[in-house]
Structures are given as structure tokens and as C-alpha cells.
Design a protein around this ligand. Sequence first.
Ligand code: CU
Length: 161
Amino acid sequence: MSSSPVRLIGGFGTLFLLGFMAALLYPRLSAWWTASPRKPAIVLHGDPQCDPSQRTCTVDFPGMTVGLSLQGPLRTLVPFSVTVQVRNSSSSQPTDVAVSFSMVGMYMGDNRFILSQQDSTTWHGQAMLPVCSSGRSDWRVVVEIGEPPTYQADFFAAIRP
Ligand SMILES: [Cu+2]
């Protein structure tokens, strides 16, 4: 007799909690789609046939060559190494280098990693990616030079779930 109203209240409580959580998340969900892009950068695309997990893929900006290579077993949820090489014909070297991983047409979260400088031309860091709920492995890798980025080099890499 007495357990039924309690169960009813418990059911409504759960529904209320779910609704409350959805309402809390909603501004963040909509922000994903309306987030304004960063300041304009010079964007160049690498050869889509070049896989940075196999060799160093490069993009030539005016006066600067940016190379990307990925090392280690390339799997989601497993850390792997990222190496960026910047060869600049001018004397000014970039100070901030980061890589950002995303998927075309699918929000995969914020997967941006700041690299640290190893020597005059090499930046290095670790990255780890989430599993794609659609089972995709086609990741877009953007190398960002400068903060905010003044140069962006786009590459593609296969990173399996
Ligand atoms: Cu995905």
C-alpha cells in the first residue's frame, strides 16, 4: 500500500532530474554550433594522399614550410606523439604551435593540444582522441601556428577506434 506512492514520486523525481540535466546542458549544446571561429588565419591544405602517420606531410606557406608527423599506434583512447616541424626562411620563429583534431561534419569535442618546442625547428607533444560513436576514423588534423593562429595547415589522418 505504502510503497506505490513512493515509487510514483521516485519515477517523477527521475524524470524531473533528466529534464533538469537536459536544460542545464542545452546552452552548451547550442554553443557548439554557434561558436564563433577564431580570427582569420592563412589556411593551406596538405596533400590528402599524404598520411602523417606514415611520413612527414608538409604544407608550404610563403616563406615557411610546416611539416606534421604522428608516431605510435594510432588508436583512439591511446596517447600518441605529434611532431611539427617549422622551417622558416625569415628570422622570426613561431612561439605557439598547437594541433587540433576534428571530424568533418561531426562534433568530436575539443581535441586541441599545445606542443612544446624541442629545438629551433621542432615542436612535440602528446595527443589522445575519443572514440567516434559512428565508427569513423577519418580525422582532420589542423596545425596552428601562432596564438591566435596566423597560419593553419590542414591534414588528414586515419585513427581507428
Ligand atoms: Cu566522429
